[in-house]
Ligand binder design. Structure first.
Ligand code: BDR
Ligand code: CA
Length: 342
C-alpha cells in the first residue's frame, strides 16, 4: 500500500488525479492540499473540496490550504485552458458555497504543517512506513515543506511531480506551466535529498483522451462517439470535464485528438511504475534565462556524471519518458468504474 499526500491546483486534470488517488486499490490517500496555479488560490481550494465530495472521499480527508502565491514571483493562472474558476465547463459538481463542500476544507492546520503531521503519523506511528508526496501544481507548498522540515524527509518515500519537459514546454517554447509558475520552488524541490520523480510533458502528451476513451468514460459499454447519454451522473461530470479540456487544448495548442491527462499520470506512476520507463538525470531549473525561464534543463549528455543518491550534486531526478498508453487508460477506466460503484 502506498500512503500518499496530494498537493494540487484543480484544474481539470488535477480533478482526474484526485479521483485516481481515491479509487486506486494500492493507494491510501492520507490528505490533500491546494496551491495557487491553474486559477487563484481561493478557487483551487474550493475545487479540490468539490472533487473530494463528488468523488466519494471519506469525510476525514479534507483540503488544507497552502501557498497563495509563488515564492518570489507574481502568481500566474491559466483561464485559457481551465476557465476562470479552474473547472470551466464541468457539470454536476456542487458549488463552492455548498455546505458539503465547505465541510471538506480544513480549518487547520495549513498545508505545510499538515504534510509534516501526516509524515509523523505515517512514519512514527505507522511502524516506519513512508509517505509519497504527489504534486500536480506549482511546487511552492512542497518547497516550503522541504525547507521547513528537512528532518522529516526520512519519512518521505519520494516526491512525484507533474511538471517540466525535456526540450519541450507549453507556456513557453521550453517551459511547462507548473514549473514556470514557481521556478525557484521547483529548484528547491530538485535540490532536496530525497527521491524525486518528474512526470514531464514528454510523457503526459502521450496520454491523450481520444474519442474512444471518452466514449468509454461516458458509457463503459461502448467505445464509439456519439453515444447515448452518460450511464451515471459521475460519468456525465467526467465527460463534460474532458469536453471542455479538449476544446481548450484544441483552440490553444491545436491538439486535434483530445486533451492530455497530465496530472493523472502522477498517481498512475505511484500505483503502477511498471507502466513507465524512466531515466535518471541531473535536472536544474533555468531561473534567469532571457527566453528560457522555467525550463527544466536535463543533463541528457551526462556532463555531470556523479550520482550521489538524491544529494544536491549529480543526478537528482528520475524522469519519466515512456508510457504504456493502452495500459494506462485501462487503469484509468478501472478506477473510474470503482468510483462509479461507490
Ligand atoms: C500542468 O499545468 C496545468 O494546466 C495542469 O493542471 C497540469 O498540472 C500541465 O502543464
Ligand atoms: Ca495541475
Amino acid at each position: 500500500m502506498h500512503h500518499i499526500w496530494l498537493d494540487c491546483d484543480p484544474g481539470h486534470d488535477d480533478a482526474a488525479a484526485i479521483l485516481l488517488a481515491l479509487h486506486t486499490p494500492n493507494i491510501h490517500l492520507v490528505g490533500v492540499s491546494a496551491v495557487h496555479g491553474n486559477t487563484d488560490f481561493k478557487h483551487t481550494v474550493a475545487n479540490a473540496a468539490r472533487c473530494l465530495y463528488a468523488f466519494g472521499a471519506p469525510e476525514a480527508i479534507k483540503v488544507h490550504p497552502g501557498a497563495t502565491k509563488p515564492l518570489l514571483r507574481i502568481a500566474r493562472h491559466d483561464p485559457e485552458i481551465h476557465g476562470a474558476d479552474g473547472l470551466g465547463g464541468v457539470e454536476g459538481l456542487p458549488p463552492a458555497s455548498a455546505p458539503e463542500v465547505l465541510a471538506r476544507i480544513a480549518e487547520g492546520p495549513k498545508a505545510i504543517e499538515a504534510i509534516a503531521g501526516a509524515i509523523r503519523e505515517t512514519w512514527e506511528n505507522g511502524a516506519g512506513e513512508k509517505l509519497t508526496i504527489v504534486a500536480s501544481g506549482p511546487l511552492t507548498n512542497i518547497a516550503l515543506f522541504v525547507s521547513l522540515y528537512p528532518e522529516l524527509l526520512v519519512g518521505v518515500e519520494q516526491i512525484v511531480f507533474m511538471g517540466g519537459g525535456v526540450g519541450v514546454g507549453n507556456r513557453s517554447s521550453v517551459a511547462e506551466f507548473n514549473i514556470l509558475c514557481d521556478p525557484e520552488a521547483a529548484q528547491i524541490v530538485l535540490d532536496a535529498p530525497v527521491r524525486k520523480v518528474m512526470i514531464p510533458l514528454n510523457v503526459t502528451h502521450q496520454a491523450i483522451v481520444g474519442p474512444s476513451i471518452q466514449a468509454r468514460l461516458l458509457n463503459p459499454s461502448t467505445s464509439v462517439l456519439p453515444t447515448d447519454q452518460a450511464s451515471s451522473p459521475l460519468r456525465h461530470t467526467l465527460s463534460t470535464l474532458i469536453t471542455f479540456f479538449k476544446d481548450t487544448y484544441r483552440s490553444t495548442f491545436g491538439f486535434t485528438e483530445g486533451p492530455p491527462l497530465h496530472d493523472a499520470l502522477t498517481i498512475a506512476y505511484v500505483s503502477r511504475p511498471d507502466l513507465f520507463s524512466c531515466t535518471r538525470y541531473r535536472v536544474d531549473i533555468e531561473l534567469e534565462g532571457k527566453h528560457t525561464t522555467g525550463e527544466t534543463v536535463a543533463d541528457v549528455w551526462g556532463y555531470q556524471e556523479t550520482d550521489d543518491t538524491w544529494g544536491v550534486t549529480g543526478k537528482n531526478c528520475d524522469v519519466a519518458l515512456g508510457l504504456d498508453v493502452p495500459a494506462f487508460f485501462e487503469f484509468f477506466l478501472e478506477c473510474v468504474a470503482k468510483c462509479d460503484a461507490v
